[in-house]
Design a protein around this ligand. Structure first.
Ligand SMILES: [Zn+2]
Ligand SMILES: [Zn+2]
Length: 284
């Protein structure tokens, strides 16, 4: 049976305040999510400034809204503003995305290419909302690391062959009209290539949601890949998204190829050709 039953004290000054905002920020949005005990405690400690739920409801078998695991999950209720809530419900997708590249790699590549090794993680950080908090990334001009690095063992040496930057979303490349990427994201990738002399691939992961009411899980449903120069050759335009101030770049999805042919790409050692091509120009 679920053991975690802490609740926000009735006289707390954080009633009608966003649990994720570190400084008291009024919100009257009540949010509900089914969580396993471990994830409820993790959210409270890491994202919600040690503010427990207002309420613990029914316990059922379903998918945890954070870790995506099927098991005993309990309905929990907090005051969280809509902006922060979007962040909280996206964590489940982030956890699944972080497992996907290592899983695809070990299933389809590791056996064929024993000299190659995938390292790094697209680590998910569960965080509160604090104004002026440091961003995940350094500026592109000093950036040296992307989500993953594939190295090759040659004798006693391990040589970095290519980076992988992972993007994910609900779309299938085959059905997309355009592939969107923040201009900053493209430039981060270009920066890491230029700073390390190691080329990069961009992977797109399709994430599906499967409902098991009242819970749902996220599934890694497909992967595609491209390289930054091929992507740049397919740039259609750059514009600001509605309601956002960061510009986004729009590319033809035909820049991407299916995961099933990545094995050939690796066997052909095209990463050597990409490395010789050298610097990647920024966009925007
Ligand atoms: Zn969980
Ligand atoms: Zn908030």
């Amino acid at each position: 049976m679920p053991a975690y039953r802490d609740v926000l004290p009735a006289d707390s000054s954080f009633h009608e305040a966003c649990a994720r905002h570190t400084a008291r920020t009024t919100t009257r949005s009540l949010q509900h999510i089914y969580l396993c005990d471990a994830c409820a405690i993790r959210l409270v400690r890491e994202a919600f400034n040690d503010r427990p739920p207002l309420y613990h409801g029914e316990t059922i078998e379903g998918y945890c809204g954070l870790c995506n695991t099927l098991g005993q999950v309990t309905l929990r209720q907090w005051f969280v503003c809509p902006v922060c809530w979007n962040v909280v419900v996206a964590y489940q997708k982030s956890f699944v995305a972080a497992l996907a590249v290592p899983a695809f790699w070990h299933r389809d590549m590791a056996g064929h290419f024993p000299a190659f090794e995938l390292s790094g993680t697209d680590e998910v950080r569960v965080t509160p909302f604090a104004r002026g908090a440091s961003t995940k990334r350094e500026a592109a001009r000093v950036l040296k690391v992307l989500d993953y690095l594939v190295s090759e063992r040659v004798g006693d040496e391990k040589i970095g062959r290519f980076h992988i930057e992972l993007k994910s979303g609900p779309g299938s490349i085959e059905q997309m009209k355009e592939f969107q990427l923040d201009v900053n994201d493209f430039n981060d990738i270009a920066g890491a290539i230029n700073n390390t002399g190691v080329p990069a691939y961009i992977f797109h992961l399709k994430l599906d949601q499967e409902h098991r009411a009242p819970t749902r899980r996220t599934i890694a449903a497909g992967m595609w890949w491209t390289d930054p120069e091929t992507l740049r050759a397919n740039l259609k335009n750059i514009k600001k998204r509605r309601g956002e101030d960061k510009p986004a770049a729009y590319f033809r999805p035909s820049a991407f190829r299916p995961w099933s042919v990545f094995e050939k790409e690796l066997a052909s050692r095209r990463f050597e050709e990409l490395a010789r091509a050298g610097q990647v120009q920024f966009i925007g």
